[in-house]
Every structure is written in structure tokens, then in C-alpha cells.
Design a protein. Structure first.
Length: 266
């Protein structure tokens, strides 16, 4: 047992990290180590209240803070693709990612587009295609679904400019096959921002390689789910702590799946 933090000393003495240092801390590991195969690495980023709630009145913003948004922005700036469930897109009014000048050189050197693509996972494909997410993206927004998705809706999504990625043969996407399907499009550094249903499916499929968890020093009680709201795992899946940052009483923990890459979904 050891103490990682004490407010009376650490707040006075610990230097504040720059965005560049945060980016180094969260750099993706060598590609090829991920559980989803095809050189993918799937990282999740979520914020939860002290009592485990993932939203307050349907939005995650009341649980967040400036430091959380700084990490959120850095994680996006490091990713090839942001994978998000359709319900979060609808509820949070998702917009396309914006280029950040501070990351332009780094992204170009890695052969990345100026911004990560947003990949919306949906079975029903009932999305508002008049929104900027589809009409104004810097790189085309992706829709991830199953080959059995309704043809008319797939065609409508394509007409709206979305690139459709199939993962699995059913009406819904097979979560075990999503990382490899995106990697086949050259999108290997993957970041999922949830929501809880999608994250729970990735965890259940054994393809979530890493979890970045922000813990907000707030409680909200009420009915909000935890960060994963999917099928029960037959056995607990072990993660190892890779780092903890703190600002303003928020904790920013990063965990890596102990079995990442050892039981590939391929
Ligand atoms: N605290 C945080 O960090 C955080 C992060 C994200 C979201 N949130 C909150 O979480 C709430 C929304 O989360 P949620 O759990 O209800 O929904 P969600 O996971 O964002 O989205 C669920 C939807 O994703 C699609 N989907 C999921 N798995 C799929 C699969 N295998 N194949 C095809 N489509 C699939 C379906 O879309 P269709 O219905 O279109 O078929 C499903 O209805 C919001 O209140 C949001 O604010 C919080």
C-alpha cells in the first residue's frame, strides 16, 4: 500500500503538466498489441461521478471539468477514429472533430488525417443526416453497422456522405469485429467515447484494450447507469493501472487490459 496523493503537499509541489506531456502520457502503445486484431488498439474514455453515474439528466457535461476536457481533447488528437454509440450522438448532439494546430505536425508524421473520423455505431441508422456531423466533417463520418442493416437506410446514409463500415453479418454490428473492421480502413488508433451500452458490448466481446476513466468529485444519485451497461461477463476481466493524474480533485486513471492481445477476437 502506498499513498499516491495528499492534497496538502501535492497541490503545492507537483508541477502542472502541459498538453504535450499529457499527449506523451497517453501515447498509443505499439500497434499490433490490441485484442481486436488487425493492428487495432481500442481505448475507452469515460467520466463518472463518485457514485458511478455516467450522466446527469442525460448529459455527461455536468460531470466534467476543464481538465477532463483537456484530456478528452488530447485523446481525440491522438486517435485515428472516435467510435461512439448512436444514442450518445443523438443525446449529446455530436459534431465533427476540429483540427488542432498543436497536433498537426505529430498527426502528419504518423500519416494521420488532420482530425479523427467519427464512427457512429448504429443498427437502426435513424440519425439526423442534416447535422454538421454529416454535412461538415473534415473527414467523412463513418457509420458502423451489420450487413443485415436495412438496405434503404444504408443507401440514405451513403447519400448523406457517410461511409458505411460493416462489422458482422447481422442487423447490428458484431462488437468483436468492429476494431478490425475499422483497422481495415486504416483506422487503428481507436478511441471509444461510449456510451455505456456500446462500451459494455466492447467489454463483453473482450476487445476493450484500455480504459481512461475520469472520476468526478461529485455525486448525483438517481437512475443513471454505470460506464458499462452491457451483458454480464462470465468472469471479471482484469485491468492493470498504468497511471493516475489529478486536477481539482478529479482523478484521471488509465487502465490497460491485462489480457490485451493475448486472446485475439480474430
Ligand atoms: N460519462 C460519459 O463519459 C459518457 C460518455 C458517453 C455517453 N454518455 C451518456 O450516455 C448516454 C447514452 O448512452 P447509452 O448507453 O444509452 O447509448 P450508447 O451506447 O451511446 O448508444 C446505444 C446505441 O448505439 C447503437 N449500438 C450499440 N451497440 C450496437 C451494435 N452492436 N450494433 C449496432 N448498433 C449498436 C444502437 O443505436 P441505434 O439505436 O441507432 O441502433 C444503440 O441504441 C447519454 O446520456 C450520454 O450523455 C456518458
Amino acid at each position: 500500500m502506498r499513498r499516491l496523493f495528499h492534497p496538502s503537499t501535492d497541490r503545492r509541489t507537483a508541477p502542472q503538466w502541459s498538453v504535450e506531456e499529457i499527449a506523451e502520457e497517453y501515447a498509443y502503445p505499439p500497434l499490433g498489441e490490441g485484442s481486436g486484431g488487425a493492428g487495432s488498439w481500442l481505448r475507452g474514455n469515460m467520466v463518472a461521478s463518485l457514485d458511478g453515474a455516467v450522466h446527469h439528466q442525460g448529459r455527461s457535461q455536468p460531470l466534467s471539468c476543464k481538465a477532463d476536457m483537456r484530456i478528452f481533447g488530447v485523446l481525440r488528437a491522438l486517435a485515428d477514429v472516435v467510435v461512439v454509440g448512436a444514442q450518445t450522438v443523438r443525446q449529446e448532439g455530436y459534431r465533427p472533430a476540429k483540427p488542432r494546430s498543436g497536433f498537426a505536425g505529430r498527426r502528419a508524421a504518423l500519416g494521420q488525417a488532420p482530425v479523427p473520423a467519427i464512427a457512429v455505431v448504429s443498427a437502426g441508422l435513424e440519425l439526423d443526416f442534416t447535422q454538421p456531423l454529416f454535412t461538415e466533417p473534415v473527414v467523412p463520418t463513418l457509420l458502423v453497422t451489420g450487413r443485415g442493416a436495412p438496405e434503404g437506410r444504408v443507401a440514405r446514409a451513403r447519400r448523406a456522405g457517410a461511409e458505411v463500415v460493416f462489422a458482422g453479418e447481422g442487423a447490428a454490428a458484431d462488437p468483436a469485429r468492429v476494431p478490425a473492421a475499422l483497422a481495415a480502413h486504416g483506422l487503428r488508433r481507436q478511441l471509444t467515447e461510449g456510451g455505456p451500452k456500446l462500451l459494455g458490448e466492447f467489454a463483453g466481446a473482450g476487445v476493450l484494450d484500455e480504459l481512461c476513466l475520469s472520476i468526478a468529485p461529485r455525486i448525483v444519485a438517481g437512475p443513471a447507469p454505470r460506464i458499462m451497461n452491457g451483458p454480464l461477463l462470465p468472469d471479471p476481466d482484469e485491468f492493470t493501472l498504468e497511471g493516475v493524474l489529478e486536477e481539482g480533485g478529479f482523478l484521471f486513471a488509465r487502465y490497460r487490459r491485462a489480457r490485451a492481445g493475448t486472446d485475439r477476437a480474430e
